[in-house]
Design a protein around this ligand. Structure first.
Ligand SMILES: C[S@@+](CC[C@H](N)C(=O)[O-])C[C@H]1O[C@@H](n2cnc3c(N)ncnc32)[C@H](O)[C@@H]1O
Length: 273
C-alpha cells in the first residue's frame, strides 16, 4: 500500500508538491493546537509565514468567541492554512485566491484534512458576491512595489503596487458588502502599507476597528531586495531592517436592512479564464 506522501505526490504531475506537515509548526511563533492541520503546497504558492500565523491566531480567537458556527470567507487564501484551522473549529469556509495553483492546493488540503473548505478562483477586486459572511479574513499582498510587476508569477503573493495598498484598498472598500452586520473582518498587513489608512477607511464605513496584535518581523529577501526604493519613497528610514505586521480586527455596524444577501446563488462567482 502506498504511503500518504506517495499518494499526495501522485496527485500532481510534476512531483514537486511540497509537504508541509512539520514546516508550518516550525515557522509558528505561537503554540498551535497539538494536532495541527496537514498541508501540501504546489510550486510558488505562498508558504505560510509569520503573517499567516498572526492571521491564524486572530481568526481562531474570533471563532472561539462566537456562540454559533461562523460562515467565513478567506480572501487571498494561499495554501488555505487559516481556512482549514477555521473549518476545524466548525466554521463553514469559502476560500478564494486568484492563483489557480493556490485553488488546487486548497482543494488538496481540504481533502487531505477532510475539512469543509470550498475553494474558488476569484480576483477579490472584481469578484461578484451574493451573500455576506459572519467572518471575513485576509493576509493579502501588501509589499510596496516599485514597478508594475504584479503580473509576474513569483510576486503575486506579495507585490502590491507603489504604496502596498493595491489589494488592501479594495478589501476596505468592499468590506461592507462582504461582512454581515455585526460580523468581523480581520486583515493582516505591514506598517509599510499604512495600517492607519485601513483603519480610517473601515471606520468611515461604520466599522469599529482595533489593532489586535502586532509583531516585528526582520526583512526577508523580498524587502531586503528593494531597500533603495523603500528609502527613496520615504516608506522606511535608512537603516531600518524590520517591519511591524499587525492584525486589524473590525466589527461591522449593525444594519437596518438585509440587502446584498441571498442564499439562492453561489456565494462567490468563480473566474472562468
Ligand atoms: C501573502 S499570500 C497569503 C496566503 C495565505 N492567506 C497565508 O496567510 O498563508 C497572498 C495571496 O494573495 C493571492 N492574491 C494576489 N492577488 C490576488 C487577487 N487580486 N485576488 C485574490 N487573491 C490574490 C496570492 O495568490 C497569494 O496566495
Amino acid at each position: 500500500m502506498s504511503s500518504t506522501n506517495d499518494r499526495l505526490k501522485s496527485l500532481t504531475t510534476d512531483g514537486r508538491t511540497e509537504l508541509l506537515f512539520e514546516q508550518v509548526r516550525a515557522v509558528s511563533r505561537w503554540a498551535l493546537p497539538p494536532d495541527d492541520v496537514r498541508l501540501v503546497r504546489l510550486p510558488r504558492v505562498y508558504r505560510p509565514a509569520a503573517d499567516s500565523m498572526l492571521l491564524a491566531k486572530s481568526v481562531t480567537a474570533a471563532i472561539d468567541r462566537s456562540d454559533t458556527p461562523a460562515e467565513a470567507l478567506e480572501l487571498c487564501a494561499g495554501t488555505g492554512y487559516v481556512s482549514l484551522l477555521a473549518a476545524r473549529m466548525g466554521a463553514i469556509v469559502t476560500a478564494i485566491d486568484v492563483d489557480r495553483r493556490s485553488v488546487a492546493t486548497i482543494r488538496l488540503n481540504a481533502r487531505l484534512n477532510r475539512l469543509p473548505v470550498t475553494a474558488r478562483r476569484a480576483d477579490l477586486r472584481t469578484m461578484q458576491t451574493t451573500r455576506r459572511y459572519d467572518l471575513v479574513f485576509a493576509n493579502p499582498p501588501y509589499v510596496p512595489t516599485e514597478s508594475a510587476t504584479r503580473n509576474s508569477d513569483t510576486g503575486l503573493a506579495w507585490n502590491a503596487g507603489p504604496d502596498g495598498r493595491e489589494l488592501l484598498d479594495p478589501i476596505c472598500h468592499r468590506a461592507h458588502r462582504l461582512v454581515r452586520p455585526g460580523g468581523t473582518l480581520i486583515i493582516v498587513q505591514s506598517d509599510l502599507s499604512k495600517p492607519e489608512i485601513t483603519c480610517r477607511q473601515l471606520r468611515a464605513d461604520g466599522f469599529a476597528v482595533t489593532i489586535q496584535e502586532s509583531i516585528d518581523v526582520p526583512f526577508g529577501p523580498v524587502l531586503s531586495g528593494r531597500l533603495p526604493y523603500l528609502v527613496e519613497a520615504g516608506l522606511i528610514p535608512p537603516g531600518e531592517r524590520t517591519e511591524r505586521v499587525s492584525a486589524i480586527v473590525a466589527t461591522a455596524p449593525a444594519a437596518q436592512d438585509n440587502s446584498g444577501s441571498s442564499d439562492d446563488c453561489p456565494a462567490v462567482q468563480e473566474l472562468n479564464t
